[in-house]
Write a protein that binds this ligand. Structure first.
Ligand code: FAD
Length: 603
């Protein structure tokens, strides 16, 4: 038995992205002792990659905007499966959270009269995204880190949590290792906040980096928490597709927000061909009207390129399948065309989209101010996650909270762009606040030596099996399975096949062996991540099989329509008494009358 390095805190936060840092700021401000753990270096979380902006109804660019419109937009985007209380809190509180960031030093782009500038994004009725060029996440993380460090927090970089520990029903801490030395760490805490982000690495083509193996989702599941909406995986319509080494890297929706258009290989703006009835009244009739919208004309309606991501991704897939795709199997995204409209278009594009300009120049040798980009769908965001109480963000496990991408509820069947950065500010704060209060009302839980010994044995098992399966090949096979069989368009038989393959891969993961020692052993880390990837993949496939309809990001070609019967519940996953994965349909509670009216008015 090896030794553990033990740490004690009031609140332990797993994840140093926006949700984790915002929670940490709140815990620290409440006078509780807090630790933040991150798998990679501090400042390298996904939040830092966020480009387009943070959605908040401040009404700086269009004063018709309000929390009510933002609420209605979010619910419509989520196809009304959202937790409506979360959608309400989010819409009401996001402006304050953004202004607070500004007070802590964040420098947003400005309107000509000095207020925070807001840009258009898909599914948002008015320009709503506060932004810093196309580097919004970087500014947010910088601000939260600076502010947090001054308040006081313990940071454990390059540490990975492999299991949550409980004392009876309630949370008692977490167990993990440091990547550098491979030593084990025991984190004892009165409350734990999961802020681990997404699951993109369960798929082959993704905008997500190596860290996003669904750890928080899987940790919560194994600790007995419920998860919901796991069938809803967002495939962003525009990822890079060429050269192959950069496939999946995100091309921000901001490009379309600034006037970029989608064309097939015949030069046709195909998005005008298929406008869903729910959005027909809000969508431009002509390219001219769409252009005016992107330039701030309040009387114009948005171009169809700014319809929700699920729809745009499927339209692109259709063009490619029907033989109208670009040379490398995508479509064209063209912002260079705006030189027909604006005198200094190249400078304008470079100013508005500096990262995109450099990304294409350096990675694909394309000058986006002069030529179109080739793009295609990429796995981007997880709507599903830990089921939490809307106000406090506590899961079913007492003392265990979740916020940001690893929590479910706000986005329902489809997230609107920009609503993630606001999600993690609003609910990161709430999780931190409530976790701090919980920690003041409870003492440290006891952790049994047996729990620790069995975790340690499990974590080291791969070293005992030197000549067996390779962890990378199991991971790559799983990514292919999920991409091909549980991707943008789904079908019963294919998903059954995926479940069968997942079963085989689970067995293979039990035979995975690694060589060498524990210091910076990436093979070992990958072997440990496999449990998480396999758990979330199974949750996604099972939930997707259970929802026999198409809604939001979940599209089945054997059930291509929305079905009334499926409109009123979320699919919830939890571990059964015998360790099996259990699915239940949980009805959505009736919405408050006042909120119902808002939705009616905005139709
Ligand atoms: P993350 O920022 O993903 O942070 C997760 C943290 O958890 C990391 O620190 C990670 O190391 C840690 N972690 C994970 N597992 C473990 C473990 N086992 N042990 C310890 N630590 C762990 N959203 C918008 O609203 N607007 C945008 O413009 C936008 N652009 C985007 C662009 C890109 C390229 C991408 C990938 C996403 C974008 N998104 C955008 C989505 C948004 O950035 C993410 O959903 C959001 O940042 C998630 O924040 P988070 O705090 O929940 O998690």
């Amino acid at each position: 038995v090896s030794e553990y390095i033990t740490h004690e805190h009031d609140v332990l936060i797993i994840g140093a992205g926006g949700a984790g840092l915002r929670a940490a700021v709140e815990v620290s401000a409440a006078g509780a002792k807090v630790a933040v753990i991150s798998k990679s270096l501090l400042g390298k979380a996904h939040t830092v990659m966020a480009e387009g902006g943070v959605a908040a109804a401040m009404g700086n660019v269009d004063d018709r905007d309000s929390w009510r419109v933002h609420f209605a937009d979010t619910m419509r985007g989520g196809q009304y499966l959202n937790n409506w209380r979360m959608a309400e809190l989010h819409a009401r509180e996001a402006p304050e959270r953004v202004r607070e960031l500004e007070a802590w030093g964040a420098l947003f782009d400005r309107t000509s009269d000095g207020r925070i500038l807001q840009r258009n994004f898909g599914g948002h009725r008015y320009p709503r995204l506060a932004h810093v060029g196309d580097r919004t996440g970087l500014e947010m993380i910088r601000t939260l880190q600076d502010h947090g460090i001054h308040l006081g927090l313990d940071v454990f970089m390059e540490h990975t949590v492999v299991t949550l520990l409980k004392d009876g029903a309630r949370i008692a801490g977490a167990f993990g290792y440091d990547r550098e030395r491979g030593r084990f760490h025991l984190f004892r805490a009165k409350a734990v906040v999961l802020a681990t982000g997404g699951i993109g690495r369960a798929f082959k083509i993704t905008s997500n980096s190596w860290e996003y193996t669904g750890d928080g989702h899987s940790l919560a599941y194994h600790a007995g928490a419920s998860l919901m909406d796991m069938e809803f995986v967002q495939f962003h319509p525009t990822g890079m597709i060429w050269p192959p080494s950069v496939r999946g890297i995100l091309v921000t929706e901001g490009v379309r927000g600034e006037g970029g258009v989608l064309r097939n290989r015949d030069g046709e703006r195909f998005m005008f061909k298929d406008i869903p009835p729910l959005y027909a009244a809000q969508t431009a009739d002509t390219p001219e009207e769409g252009w005016r919208y992107t330039q701030g004309d309040k009387n114009a309606r948005r171009p169809p390129e700014l319809l929700t991501r699920d729809h745009v991704a499927r339209c692109i897939r259709r063009e490619v399948r029907e033989g109208r795709g670009s040379p490398h199997g995508g479509v064209f995204l063209d912002i260079a065309w705006i030189k027909e409209k604006l005198p200094h278009a190249p400078e304008h594009i470079k100013k508005k989209l500096p990262s995109m300009y450099h990304q294409f120049k350096q990675l694909a040798d394309i000058d986006i101010t002069q030529e179109p980009m080739e793009v295609g769908p990429t796995t981007h965001y997880m709507m599903g996650g830990v089921k939490v109480d809307a106000d406090s963000q506590m899961s079913d496990v007492p003392g265990l909270y979740a916020a940001g991408e690893c929590a479910a509820g706000l986005h329902g069947a489809n997230r609107l762009g920009g609503n993630s950065l606001s999600d993690l500010l609003v609910f990161g704060k709430r999780a931190g606040e409530h976790a701090a209060t919980y920690s003041k009302q409870n003492s440290l839980g006891a952790i049994s030596p047996e729990q620790l010994a069995s975790t340690e044995k499990w974590a080291l098992a791969a070293f005992e099996r030197k000549a067996s399966e390779n962890p990378y090949s199991v991971q790559h096979t799983l990514q292919d399975v999920m991409q091909d069989l549980v991707g943008i368009v789904r079908h019963e038989a294919e998903m059954q096949q995926a479940l069968e393959r997942i079963r085989e891969l689970k067995a293979a993961s039990q035979r995975v062996g690694v060589d060498g020692h524990r210091e910076y052993n990436a093979g070992w880390h990958t072997a440990l991540d496999l449990q998480n990837l396999l758990t979330v993949s199974e949750m996604v496939a099972r939930s997707a099989l259970e929802r026999k309809e198409s809604r939001g990001a979940h599209f089945r070609d054997d059930f291509p329509e929305k079905e009334k019967e499926y409109a009123g519940f979320n699919i919830v996953v939890r571990m059964g008494a015998g360790g099996e994965m259990q699915l239940t349909r949980e009805p959505i509670p009736p919405m408050r009358e006042e909120l119902k009216q808002i939705i009616e008015e905005m139709k």
